[in-house]
Design a binder for this molecule. Structure first.
Ligand code: HEM
Length: 121
């Protein structure tokens, strides 16, 4: 009788071990992030400007100098080439999408500029 009880207990322990501890841990799936964190995007320029409002940011008389390219508004206030809101006969406070694309440097010069916001109707 004692033998049966001991054997049953051993069998029980064996089953319990198989059911709990010995099963291979399922690996946590590592899903690559597919979305850009929106907080970062929102923080980088959430202001909205009409073209009329943008005109005030011409870099003159202490005003900030903003330019718009393809609907995005960039701050060029601290950019040496845009001192007083002017650069190669172009003026800040305007949409210069076509003009910058026609220039030798193209849109590459926009890289690293602070984005203030976007153009709205
Ligand atoms: C947003 C509108 C812009 C327009 C329309 C524009 C236009 C021009 C033009 C016409 C030139 C003379 C060379 C050429 O004929 O292509 C030029 C040169 C230059 N621009 Fe701009 N530019 C703009 C923005 C910028 C910005 C944002 C920067 C700097 C952050 C910049 C920096 C320079 C520099 C350093 C030169 C001297 C030549 C070179 O390095 O490529 N420009 N730009």
């Amino acid at each position: 009788m004692k033998k049966i009880i001991v054997l049953s207990l051993l069998a029980l322990i064996l089953v319990a071990t198989v059911l709990t501890g010995c099963s291979k841990p399922t690996a946590t799936p590592t899903v690559a992030p597919t979305e850009v964190p929106t907080e970062v995007c929102d923080a980088a320029g959430e202001e909205e400007f009409t073209l009329e409002e943008l005109a005030a940011y011409n870099g003159k008389d202490g005003a900030k100098a903003y330019i718009a390219v393809d609907g995005v508004v960039y701050d060029v206030t601290e950019v040496e080439e845009w001192a007083n809101g002017a650069h190669n006969d172009f003026e800040a406070g305007k949409d210069l999408s076509a003009e910058i694309k026609e220039s030798a440097h193209g849109v590459a010069k926009l890289e690293g500029l602070t984005i203030v916001g976007k153009i709205v109707e």
